[in-house]
Design a protein around this ligand. Structure first.
Ligand code: TXA
Ligand code: MG
Length: 314
């Protein structure tokens, strides 16, 4: 008898395509995190994404496309800013919020008049998108509010009970290269606003657009950006440096807690790649708390600090 992993995890793009066409769900590898995809134009399949994740239906999904040219029909208009960002950043870890076009259904946007579009760069998913031709609506492939997945095994751990091995699939593209979700920039407002930090920084976006871009501070208009998010079971405690982290850990250990210390501040690219594996490992090790040394607020460090702050809220 084959295991659930054998049935669900595959590298077969043709099989993934066939399942998407029949209304199945396919977890897709991207350079940021794994997504849980449905054909964006099959509303019942899109509805299953929400059920599998346990996500409220008013939190919209990003539509993934093979290339910028494919955006026709998905957006009402292509502002000059979008063309510039697409040329510089796609395929890559950038999501643009734009006025939605006729191919976008209410199932995808929760009734909003905007849509998030992204062209991911992972070769397997790029090949799948190119063969599919249309859009794939996909949120991160984790249960709602929990830690995002950066390997096929993470997706299996989170969603096996919510996927149907006869209809759905997890496309295994190896560990994600970047490890944190895409930067989201809202181009429907003036000035454009960063709604979520990612590997592409606000400085990058300002440089590419030749002008001021508003930051992610203040109440975010990206639906579902709650204070608590990306959270493991164990408590995440933030520390400014290694000495503080060890001191906090020692106090908690003396109180009988199982405590780990995570310090990857020497290499932020690796810290991002491993962040979600690290948080998951803390739960697997049955830790009560994980004390994390905050990375410098520089480059991808902004995105790491954002995710860690949300993981620490409970
Ligand atoms: O890197 C990524 O962006 C990954 C990979 C799979 O592409 N996707 C991802 O999706 O992180 P998700 O759904 O976990 O996070 C997207 C966030 C959600 O908070 C969603 O509610 C928000 O963006 N969002 C998407 N479309 C939106 C829209 N039209 N208006 C406001 N918020 C939107
Ligand atoms: Mg998510």
């Amino acid at each position: 008898m084959s295991s659930l992993a054998d049935k669900l995890i595959s590298t077969n793009i043709e099989l993934a395509l066939e399942r998407l066409r029949r209304g199945g769900l396919v977890a897709i590898p991207t350079e940021t995190v794994y997504g849980l995809a449905a054909d964006a134009e099959q509303s019942e399949a899109v509805a299953r994404v929400y059920t599998a994740k346990g996500r409220p239906t008013d939190h919209p999904l990003i539509v993934h496309l093979a290339d910028f040219e494919g955006a026709a029909g998905w957006v009402a208009e292509v502002p000059e800013h979008a063309t510039r960002l697409a040329q510089a950043c796609w395929p890559g870890p950038l999501t643009m919020l734009l006025r939605r076009g006729p191919r976008v259904s209410n199932a995808v946007t929760g009734g909003r008049d905007t849509v998030g579009l992204r062209v991911p760069s992972h070769p397997l998913t790029h090949a799948l998108l190119a063969a599919h031709g249309g859009g794939l609506a996909a949120p991160s492939a984790n249960r709602y509010g929990r830690v995002s997945p950066t390997t096929a095994q993470h997706v299996l751990d989170d969603l096996a009970a919510h996927l149907d091995p006869e209809r759905d699939l997890i496309l295994d593209g190896g560990p994600c290269q970047i490890g944190v979700e895409s930067t989201i920039v809202d181009l429907t407002v003036d000035p454009p606003q960063i709604l979520r930090a990612g590997a592409i920084s606000i400085d990058d976006v300002e440089r590419l657009l030749d002008g001021f871009v508003a930051g992610a501070s203040g109440p975010s208009r990206a639906a579902g950006m709650l204070a608590s998010h990306y959270a493991p079971e164990c408590q995440v405690v933030l520390a400014e440096n290694e000495i503080e982290a060890e001191a906090v850990a020692a106090i908690r250990r003396s109180g009988g807690q199982r405590v780990g210390v995570l310090d990857r501040t020497d290499d932020l690219v690796v810290a991002a790649q491993l962040l979600y594996s690290d948080l998951r490992a803390a739960d697997q090790g049955k830790l009560d708390a994980l004390v994390v040394v905050l990375p410098a607020a520089d480059g991808i460090g902004h995105a790491l600090r954002d995710r860690l702050a949300k993981a620490a809220v409970r």
